[in-house]
Design a protein around this ligand. Structure first.
Ligand code: CP
Ligand code: NVA
Length: 299
């Protein structure tokens, strides 16, 4: 593995290895064990968009592993070309984390930089998130095989990485979305072709959520879609994850969200604050999962 751009690039074994490593790093961190295998290494963290979780967990993660992270907020390609940025950075740093608008920009960075590039969210995918989510899911359920995940909301970047996960791990993934908000057709076709369990898209909440082991949602308007917020609020209203929606799932179903949550929109307070909600476990695991990615790429 040279870069971490997409879960579609990883085989099942590689995903499980990363998750096992993330579990081990979590145990070490909870024991406050000093573990600095990346001593002296540096990481450039380029963000075109806002971030709480991703920025903080990468910066703390590289520090805990003995290295140093440098945060750099910019719009890639505006002041100089993306290949030139890559050719500069590779002379100084041992790894690059990038949150971009365009997935192509991320691919360009990876193409022209000799050092590893990690996808910290693009308009197409959010693989770090789903690795951390999967770690939390396995902690709570104990296994993946046969679990039904109902993703209620936009078939966007976060769903895309779940679809890639389902292409490698035998889960049943159902997207429940309004018409017109289905995933990228190539990503969906790939996931359905490669699915070890199943990947299904429906517009019907009751049947889509029925019997789910976990109900997942994301914001209705992603970063970069702010001008669609009002229109989307109307279209997505029937897809709010509230008590009635959760009632279709198994009684012990987990509630999951990548965060930030827009409380009262895609999820209600009673659901996100319920005992079934594991949203802050997912957030914590961003740290451990990304430390595993950095170790795998930069050691
Ligand atoms: N879930 C997530 O990526 O959060 P941030 O946008 O705050 O990094
Ligand atoms: N789909 C959201 C995820 C935020 C972590 C976005 O792209 O803004």
């Amino acid at each position: 593995m040279h870069d971490f751009l997409s879960l579609a690039d990883l085989e099942r074994e590689a995903i499980i290895e990363l998750l096992d490593l993330a579990d081990e790093l979590k145990r070490k961190q909870h024991r406050r064990e000093v573990y600095r295998p990346l001593e002296g290494k540096t990481l450039a963290m380029i963000f075109e968009k806002p971030s709480l979780r991703t920025r903080v967990t990468f910066e703390i993660g590289i520090f805990q592993l003995g290295g140093h992270g440098l945060f750099y907020q910019t719009q890639l390609g505006e002041r100089e070309s993306v290949p030139d940025i890559a050719r500069n950075l590779e002379r100084w740093v041992d790894g690059i984390v990038a949150r971009t608008y365009s997935h192509e920009v991320l691919l360009d960075l990876a193409k022209f930089a000799s050092v590893p590039v990690i996808n910290a969210l693009s308009d197409r995918e959010h693989p770090c998130q789903i690795l951390a989510d999967a770690q939390a899911l396995r902690e709570h359920k104990g296994f993946f095989d046969g679990l039904k995940i109902a993703f209620v909301g936009d078939g966007n970047n976060v769903f895309a990485s779940w679809a890639h996960f389902a292409a490698r791990i035998p889960i049943h993934l159902t997207l429940v979305c309004p018409e017109g908000y289905e995933p990228d057709s190539e990503i969906l076709a790939f996931a359905q072709r490669e699915a070890k369990g199943s990947v299904v898209v429906t517009h019907d909440v009751a049947s889509g959520v029925a019997n789910a082991d976990a109900v997942y949602t994301d914001v209705w308007a992603s970063m970069g879609q702010e001008d669609e917020t009002e229109a989307r609020a109307k279209i997505f209203a029937p897809y709010q994850v509230n008590a009635a929606c959760m009632a279709y799932a198994k009684p012990d179903a987990l509630f999951m969200h990548c965060l930030p949550a827009h409380r009262g929109s895609e999820v209600t307070d009673d659901v996100i604050d319920s005992k079934q909600s594991i949203v802050f476990d997912e957030a914590e695991n961003r740290l451990h999962a990304q430390k595993a990615i950095m170790l795998a790429l930069m050691k």
